[in-house]
Design a protein. Sequence first.
Length: 418
Amino acid sequence: MDIYRHPVFDMACQQFDLVADRLQMSTADRVLLKAPKRALTVAVPVRMDDGSTQVYSGYRVQHHLTLGPTKGGVRYHPDVTLGEVAALAMWMSWKCALTGLPYGGAKGGVAVDPRKLSHHELERLTRRYTQELVGFIGPQLDIPAPDLGTNEQTMAWMMDTFSVHAGHSVPGVVTGKPVGIGGSLGRREATGRGVAYLAGRAMDTLNLTASGATAVIQGYGNVGAVAAQSLVRQGLRIIAVSDANGGVYNPRGLDMRQLDAWVAEHRTVAGFPEAEPIGGEVMLLLPCDVLVPAALERQITGANAGKLRCRIVAEGANGPTTPEADAILNERGDVVVIPDILCNAGGVVVSYFEWVQDLQSFFWTEGEVMDRLFRILENSFGQTLALSRKENIPLRLAAMTLGIQRVWEAKKIRGLFP
Ligand code: NAD
């Protein structure tokens, strides 16, 4: 698995090995479960607006095919590598199994800073990347969705490009599309609403009341902004938020309506006048009830975990907490970490609903979507909490154990071919 060497892939493997040790898994089974099934690396040439040509590196990794087609987001970020994508695909596998979805994990991405490309350049990049994936993705094969740096528009271009090749509309090839072309009501909000719902459930277990409680949000994109709005509806005050351009802090609570108006105009939280600027690292250490990392991996590390002053870490991002940080937080015992594969699973759950609706050409109301989403999240949270209490293990170890065990069992039942 040397081709995947990367700190984030190493981190996903370390987390896996903790579970495998507990389950006394053989070396052969470890390799079988960990090794990504397929990986594709593509060169994506794009004609830029000035007439020049840039070539970007694109990736797609499908982690396992045991339970159905694979599912996972597409990331546009300058740091995207094959190893990072493989780690994210592995986490998707455990997430789908934990929530009982009939999928293996996948992930894709292009090493590009989407903020530096024009709308037309982004469209050409997305269409060419999709073109390179034709044959590798499809409703019964692998179904992409939005992730960091991509959105509904990206999915619309992917769906359109794939459909042109097929000769007919194939809405089920991607999820997270606009509702007008086969997207699901509630998909855009699903991840953030799920994060807020589970933060609320974790507060219940600590007997914390939402009213007057405080939250800090790192990353104010799809996940972070919706989580913040949902937490406010639950009665919390958001005291600090950040994005790639900077952070803002107001100990009395940010006026989220004004902040959203500012972001709509300036495309960043930085400079919001009703608050003080705050650095990203300092912001993570603010005293608060709920800390929501909703940006990148490896933000809570061995260097800052001992200094966190929150009661709950609700992982909106994938992989925001390193194994070293986990060890410190477990030792401290005063911070509950709701692990990514549970906490941000709302997105893939509603993506699954979108795929089901597309395959049946029969669409649900937002109420039906949300009702089914919260039932699945409640069930997964309940199972994870029960295992954590029974075995006296952290929630991450419990959630990963449930996910990994299900994939392991399925592989054993299906057997090895030939
Ligand atoms: P997004 O692109 O909509 O937003 C990302 C936000 O993070 C932006 O505000 C960006 O400015 C900010 N950011 C980037 N670098 C930062 C930094 N160093 N410090 C602070 N903020 C920074 O992406 P998203 O879809 O909201 O995804 C965020 C995270 O959630 C990712 O880890 C992604 O894998 C995970 N996730 C997303 C979904 C989904 O449905 N979109 C589902 C599950 C998990």
